[in-house]
Structure formats: C-alpha cells, structure tokens
Design a protein around this ligand. Structure first.
Ligand code: T1G
Length: 693
C-alpha cells in the first residue's frame, strides 16, 4: 500500500494516508498527498473529495523524527494551502487522535466528520513548539479566540463532541467511517456544496483582555516554558492581522522555537519516554501475564494511592491492612481523594462510585488468593517486608506477580523470602501514588522476563510512565537525590542558607528546592533514614548533623508548622532567622569558616553531583540508557522537561565543562564525594556525550 492512495467512488475522490503507526506527515506522505490531490483535481469525474487515514488513527502530526533536518518540499503548509484552495469540497474523516499537523491538515479541509471516540488537538507546546502549519490562524476562525487559545496553549486534545460544539467538527458519525466520509462527500457533490476555505472566515472578536488574562494565568504554571507564550503571540496575530500576516508570524515563531534548546529538550523527552517503555535485551514480543485483578498490602499513604491507580484503570483490587481501624483510615483517605475530584468537576459521582466498588478492603490475606499482581506497601523495614512476602508466598496463586513498593531496600533480599523469586520485582511508586506518573520497576536478579515485561505493560495500563531499573541503594532517582541532598547540606555548613540553595534549584526549574521538599515530605522521614545509615556515612556526613538539630527541636517541616522554613496557616514558607542562627553556630562548632557561596557553585554542586552519579549508575547497568535516568527525573522529581533531564542537560552544558568542574570539586570538597565517573572521562576523551556522538 503506497503511503497515500487515491481511488474513486462515484463522484468522490478518496485520498487515504497509510503510514503506520500514527500516519505521521513525513516527506513521503506530503508528496503523496500533493500528487493525490492533483489527480483528484485533474479528474473531471471527481466532484468532491474525502480524506481518510488507514490504521488506528488519523494523522498524529508532522513526523517528529524529521525535525532539526532541512525540510524537503513540499512542506506541510504548501500541502494544506493546496487542499484549502481546492475548488472541489474536501471532507476529512478524523478517527483516533488527529493531532498537530494532522489536525491542521483537517482544518485546511472544508468539512470534518468524526466518530464520538475521536480526539483532536494541537499538542505542539508539549514539544516546545507552536502549531506551524496554520493551526494558530485557522483554529480561531472556526472555534473563536478563547477556545483556540486554550487548546493551543495547554496542548491537550478535546473530544469530537467538544470539537463539534466548538464548530470545528461538522458531524459526529457512527459505524463505518470510510463509508460515512464518502457518503458525506457524495452529499456535498449532489448538493453542489462549495468549498469553505477556513482562512477566508473572519475571526470572531475576543473577550477584552483575553490574551493578557491568559498570559497572567499561565505565568506560574508554565514557568520556564517558552512555547506557550509564543502561542499566545501567534493567536493574538490571528485576531489583529490578515491571515497571510498571521501565517508569516506563526512561521517565524515556529522556526525560532524549532531551533531552541527548550524544544530540543522536550523532543528528546518525547522519544525518551517511548524508548524507556522497551526493556533492552528483552524482545518486544516477550509474553506477558494477564492482569485481571490486583492486591495491595498496606493502606497507608502509598498503599491507598496505589490501590486508586488500579481502580482508576478499572482493575478490581483487594486492599489489605492489619487492623480494621487502619483499613477505615485508608479507605476514608481514598474516598476523600475521589470526593475532591468530584467537587473539582474532574470526576463524575457515578465514576467515583464505580471505582470505590472495585476496592475490596480486608484484614484477611486470603482475599489475595485470586490476585494476578500484589503490591506490598508496608513500612520501610526489611524484616517486616520479608514477613509480608513470606505470607504472600503462602496465599498467592501460582503465577501471581509479587511486587514491593520499597523505595531503596534490596529487592533480591525480599525475593529470597519466597520460594518464587522469579515472580518478584520492585514497583516503586512516587507520592502521591495516584498522581505521580513515574514507576521505577526494579528488576531483581531472578525476576523472570515475562514478569518484567508484564510490569512495564501494567505500568502504562494504570496511566504511569514505567522505567526499568536495577537493584541498588535508592535505585536511580533516590540514589542521585541522596548525593544532591548531601552536597546541599555541605553547602549549608560552608556558607549557604537553605533558602539560597532552594532559590537556585527553583530558578533552574524544579517545583521546589531540596529543603522546601524535605519540609513537605517531613524531616522526620529523612532523619529516621539518616539514623538507620549512620554507620555507613563518612565522618563528615555524620558530623554534618544540621537535620538532627532541627528535628530535635520538634520541627518536622510543614506538618509541624516549621522545619527549615516557618509556615503560616496557609503553609506559605518564610526564611527563619532561628534556622540561620542554628546553621551559623553549626559551622562554628565544626570549625568551618563560612564563606560567600555563589549561585553558580550551588547549581554546579547540586546538579553535577547528580550527573556524575548518573554516569556511575549507567556504568553499573542499574540504568540501561541515559533515557531511563532522564525520564525518572522528569516524571519522578520534577526535573524541568524543557531541560530534558540531568543527562541530556549535561550534554547541553558540555561534558568537558562538567568534568572540569567535577575535578575542581574533588579538590575543594574531597575525592570521596567527587571522584569523576570513568564513563564521563571516557566520553570526554572520545569527544562525545551521553547522547551526542
Ligand atoms: N512523528 C514521528 N513518530 C511518532 C509521532 C510523530 N508525530 N507520533 C508518534 N510517533 C511514534 C512513537 O515514537 C512510537 O514509536 C510510535 O509512533 C507509537 O507512538 C507542523 C510541528 C499519537 C497519542 O505531538 O502523542 O505536527 O517507539 O508509543 O501511546 O504544527 O504518539 O514505536 O518506535 O506514543 O498509542 C504533533 C505525538 C507533532 C503527537 C499515540 N503531534 N504523538 O500514542 O503510541 S508536531 C504530536 C503522540 C507538529 C505541526 C507540528 C502519541 C499518540 P516507537 P506511541 P500511543
């Protein structure tokens, strides 16, 4: 089947794109579209045209793999302009997800039909771009400024029903879509309906202040992103300028963004997210086990959130706790979370009821005997974990997958507590588990291939981004975070203050800095973890006991109204002179002469120590690719996606510069903390990066 096929049905010319998996508008497709249109226009027997896509979806946009390379004509704009200028009316039939350039092509057609299951959208901002083939100029002409702005600035798709209400889709159809499209085109021919070039339509006036309001409204949420603000600029031109002038501005902005580091990073993240779904060394066709029901042991914060993930995906889940009280507490937290979503209008009441009905709470482990997968989410203590897994070994059916939600303990040691270590792995969720997208799937030494493949597939099914990692203290994310935390504490005793360190990380693009994050998680959690590791810490780490001092004052962070910061009743943080005094006295006690510390040193020490640890993680095979590390940090730790993740960012900075700084800190802070990873030294010698060759 050619990439684009042209056939005739009566008076209707049928143009069909067939470029699996998502009918991306690659050069071959664009050329094929142009040729097919020319054939339809040259054929006197053709009165109207239907545009369809084969496979699971209408075109999901331009071919992102072609970005950054010179555009081979015909460009997408040229193709769309030709479709729009056609003297014969064209109807586009949209199924699946008509996105980006695909949706822009449809906006260049004169009519659009779709089944109710279809979605349409302009997600370019998620790639650090704006629609570049007329979307910012044509969509406002059909849907109005406000609706177009929302779709283009947040990049989220809308349903076909919603698109119809917006005036973008002309008809919702059922059954055979190709038949409906040809029927619709036949109807246009029979009634001699004219083409309706969208660009000729006037732009309905916008509500006064619509643009400024939106710009202000997204300032906080889209902090650090560039594309959403350029998108507003382009749509503003649609309201103020003639179509051709608006198209010129859209082009300029699009080309600027295409060359921007932000878009390069976001395009990297797009493909990295798809790459990490695949497990190196495991064939794509590795069989997976069927998951019809689940079980969760522990109804605390993590267990409750994990149970919600299964219920949200329509999977019945048994929730086990040791006592009825604990069970009631867990269930009421879940009920409250759902009720908040209903109150916010993001969930319908009947959907909440359906999900609650999928939860079966009990204190009896035998309720787990039919579960296909069981996730243990009890207190982080090895002895307790082993006890739970021994019990699961006794009640779980053969072939059930047993997973631990531990965030750093040895999964192999846990698996050894069962007679079926091949069925055991780690599935490390992030708090709040019903919200955070990341799951670190931890492959144990004996985890069998189908268990690993099933965990990856299941992760996607419950709406997560699963990343396969190896056993190591803290796996990938927490292992790197621990190094960053250590450096941050060292910086405090050398002269920095918590709010200075946090501001540097906040300005870099993280949602919050180390110390504000610790206050949110609860300082007592970190303190307990630190105390459990004291014997494994270096002398300096042991003596850098600022956290201990703060906790001994009963300051555990937000939950006690004070930690590194003081919190008002709306939990707004403010620097606390008492903490400054505590830190200054700590330095004196330690005999450390405090010095002026630059923001640059803070950023380098907090970020390069992570990159260095990331390189060691790659050397050890705890992560198979730098992609895994970048996606862990973007989806688990709020690493700004417009910087692409720590490993991609290091490449952008340049590994020679990173290595030079690491060597400098080895001298100033100490070799036991800053030994350069051999991988970085080798890459610098080979003049390559983690990705850059
Ligand atoms: N170009 C190239 N490859 C693409 C692609 C695209 N647009 N979309 C998907 N793929 C690949 C993907 O890498 C994966 O490959 C396979 O298809 C299946 O994808 C001018 C400039 C459509 C909702 O941003 O959101 O148009 O890993 O695993 O979960 O204004 O793909 O198998 O080798 O994601 O079912 C705008 C991007 C482009 C949409 C399907 N369009 N795609 O999700 O499958 S910019 C987008 C998606 C643009 C114009 C501008 C999703 C999907 P592999 P998948 P899925």
């Amino acid at each position: 089947m050619p990439l684009v096929d042209f056939t005739k049905q009566g008076k209707v010319g049928v143009i069909t794109i067939d470029n699996p998996p998502v009918n991306a508008l690659s050069h071959g497709v664009r050329e094929g579209l142009k040729t097919a249109l020319d054939r339809a226009l040259a054929d006197d027997g053709v009165v109207s045209i239907a545009l369809l896509c084969a496979g699971r979806t209408f075109s999901a946009g331009a071919d992102i793999t072609e970005f950054g390379k010179p555009v081979v004509p015909p460009g997408l704009r040229e193709v769309i302009d030709a479709f729009e200028a056609s003297p014969k009316p064209i109807v586009a039939a949209l199924h699946g997800t008509a996105l980006g350039g695909g949706f822009e092509l449809a906006l260049g057609c004169h009519y659009r039909i779709a089944p109710a299951t279809a979605k349409v959208g302009l997600p370019e901002v998620k790639l650090g771009l704006i629609p570049g083939a007329g979307g910012t100029q044509r969509l406002p002409r059909l849907a109005g400024i406000e609706a177009a702005l929302k779709m283009i600035v947040d990049g989220n798709p809308v349903s076909a029903e919603k698109a119809k209400a917006m005036g973008v889709v002309d008809e919702i159809v059922e059954g055979d879509l190709a038949g409906a499209a040809i029927g619709f085109a036949q109807h246009l021919a029979d009634e001699s309906r004219p083409p309706r070039p969208t660009s000729a339509l006037p732009v309905p006036p916008a509500k006064a202040g619509a643009f400024d309001e939106l710009e202000k409204g997204i300032a906080k949420k889209q902090r650090g992103f560039v594309a959403p603000f350029r998108a507003i600029e382009a749509v503003r031109a649609a309201a103020a300028e003639p179509f051709s002038e608006g198209m010129r501005l859209e082009r300029d902005l699009f080309m600027q963004l295409m060359a921007s580091p932000e878009s390069r990073a976001q395009r990297h993240a797009f493909f990295a997210e798809r790459e990490v779904a695949k497990i190196p060394g495991l064939p794509a066709e590795t069989p997976t086990r069927e998951i019809r029901s689940a079980g969760v042991v522990g109804a605390g914060t993590m267990g409750g959130g994990i149970a919600m993930c299964f219920a949200n995906a329509g999977i019945p889940v048994a929730l086990i706790e040791t006592t009825e009280e604990a069970l009631d507490r867990g269930l009421s937290t879940i009920r409250r979370n759902y009720a908040n979503s209903v109150a916010r209008g993001s969930l319908r009441q009947e959907e909440m009821d359906r999900r609650m009905a999928l939860l079966q709470a009990s204190t009896d482990y035998r309720q787990l005997s039919k579960a296909d997968v069981i996730i243990e989410a009890v207190f982080e203590e090895m002895a307790l974990k082993k006890e739970v897994f021994a019990k699961l070994d006794a009640v779980a059916k053969p072939g059930a997958i047993l997973a631990s939600n531990t965030s750093y303990l040895d999964v192999d040691e846990i698996a050894a507590a069962t007679k079926r270590p091949g069925d055991v792995l780690g599935m490390h969720f992030f708090s709040p588990a019903n919200v955070m997208k990341l799951v670190e799937n931890v492959r144990g030494e004996r985890s069998s291939p189908d268990v690993l493949a099933t965990a990856q597939k299941l992760g996607k099914r419950i709406g997560k981004v699963p990343v396969m990692v190896g056993v190591s203290d803290g796996f990938v994310g927490n292992r790197m975070l621990t190094k960053r935390m250590r450096e941050a504490y060292f910086l405090l005793e050398e002269g920095a203050l918590p709010w200075q360190v946090d501001k540097v990380l906040y300005d870099f693009g993280f949602p919050m800095g180390n110390f504000a994050m610790s206050d949110l998680a609860g300082l007592d959690v970190g303190w307990r973890n630190r105390k459990s590791k004291l014997d494994r810490l270096t002398p300096r780490e042991r003596e850098c006991d600022i956290l201990d001092r703060i906790c001994e004052m009963g300051r555990y962070g937000q939950k006690t109204g004070a930690g590194f910061y003081r919190y008002d009743d709306r939990r707004n943080p403010s620097p606390d002179p008492l903490i400054e005094k505590l830190i200054v006295e700590h330095s004196q006690r330690r005999g450390i002469q405090r010095r002026e510390i630059t923001d640059r040193e803070i950023l380098e020490r907090c970020m390069y120590v992570m990159v260095n640890e990331g390189a060691k993680i790659l050397e050890e095979g705890v992560a198979a690719r730098p992609h895994d590390i970048d996606i862990v940090w973007i989806y688990g730790y709020g690493f700004p996606v417009y910087r692409g993740g720590p490993m991609f960012w290091a490449d952008e900075v340049g590994l020679p510069k990173v290595l030079e700084a690491i060597r400098q800190y080895r001298e100033s802070v100490g070799a036991e903390y800053w030994e350069p990873a051999p991988l970085i030294e080798r890459y610098v010698k080979e003049e390559r990066g983690f990705y850059k060759r």
